[in-house]
Design a protein around this ligand. Sequence first.
Ligand code: GAP
Length: 446
Amino acid sequence: MAKRTLTGTTLETLVSLSKRRGFVFQSSEIYGGLSSVWDYGPVGVELKRNVKDSWWKSMVRERDDVVGMDASILMHPDIWVASGHVDSFTDPLVECQDCHRRFREDKLEGGTCPNCGGVFGKPRQFNLMFKTFLGPVEDSAAVVYLRPETAQAIFVNFENVQTTSRKKIPFGIAQIGKSFRNEITPGNFTFRTREFEQMEMEFFCEPGTDDEWYDYWMNWSMDFYSSHGIRREKLRLRKHEPDELPHYSKASSDVEYVFPWGWDELETISNRTDFDLKAHAEKSGKDLSYFDDQQKKRYVPFVVEPAMGADRAALAFLADAYDEEGEGKDLRVVLRFHPDIAPYQVAVLPLSRNDRLVPTARRVYDVLRSHFNTQYDDSQSIGRRYRRQDEIGTPLCVTVDFQTVEEDDAVTIRNRDTMEQVREPIENLETAIRDQLDLMRKDSQG
Ligand code: GAP
């Protein structure tokens, strides 16, 4: 049975592990860094890709009622007028009159500046959308926005997607892509940044069925995280109070996770009603209603939206996987990722760089890499290489030694969680790895 103690840790430890092992680096580091902007390294990019691929597989490929799309980041500026973002996508900003630091007023505790104790000036509404110019002339007619959510591209393509996919309501459109918000107070590592990736799905349904779908998608999201390894007891749903609801929403709930600093938002599920389709129909002059040919009636669909952040989800998977065993020089740091989330599923480790081992080790690597995301590592001692693989959460290590080449054409498979080692003939290796990964998948359900 696999061990799953999962001690949890501080944000500082995760930031330092991320840098040391190539998950996440400070952006523009050699120039002194750019505040609250992060780059994913070779290991982190695999982690985030696995988070996105797992979501896409569960949300789109394994369902008949959701299709995907991938829209441009730049869109017609009227979209953001119709959606309400130009008028309402604001946070209250206050500036300290002494040190001139700026803060989000609604996130402050106490009425004085947390930096110097100074007094604030009058709050003003600060729009979070980034502006840029389309083409060479920088005038107001050329202003476009970097999208602050992926959702609007789905609403304005509703008719294109519905008619070409021939989907009938209820059905959804999913998208993964970058969004940008000029947050007043970004922070907590990759949790709140100004450039981030979202995984959003807009589910179009008949008015009157929206409450049921809202419940359905809340449960779906909770299941998504826990079936990919996040512990249930670290997740909860929190209903928004009426004064927190976004301008488009009839009801919203956050999936929250206990991050190292406490419970915080991982995802929001909202019942957006027919707000967006009606707003775009009115502004564009294009009818966005739907004709239900079974019921012979026409209506504007309601929309239920699970909106998840890929970076936030990756951070939650990282935080939840972190574990420590032993202490002092025997301390073993291990990331107990679910095998579908782990950056690499297998590492091939020749006992040394000895010429007699390398051809077999490369042969094993070539066999495995076509089935699993596999890393080849032949630097430093085998003990240090096991530690390194534990620290990036690789579920299985395959070791090629002299017995392999001299006696049995078999290798050792070491399990990250139990540290048990079994010997398997190379000809059975793919199946043996698949079986062990399946067991680890079952074992890491949250
Ligand atoms: N379309 C609805 C929408 O965008 P949201 O609650 O503003 O809703 C959805 O954002 C999710 O996107 C959040 O729950 C979070 O995971 C992610 N997200 C939002 N702002 C973010 C930021 N500044 N940095 C990182 N992720 C962010």
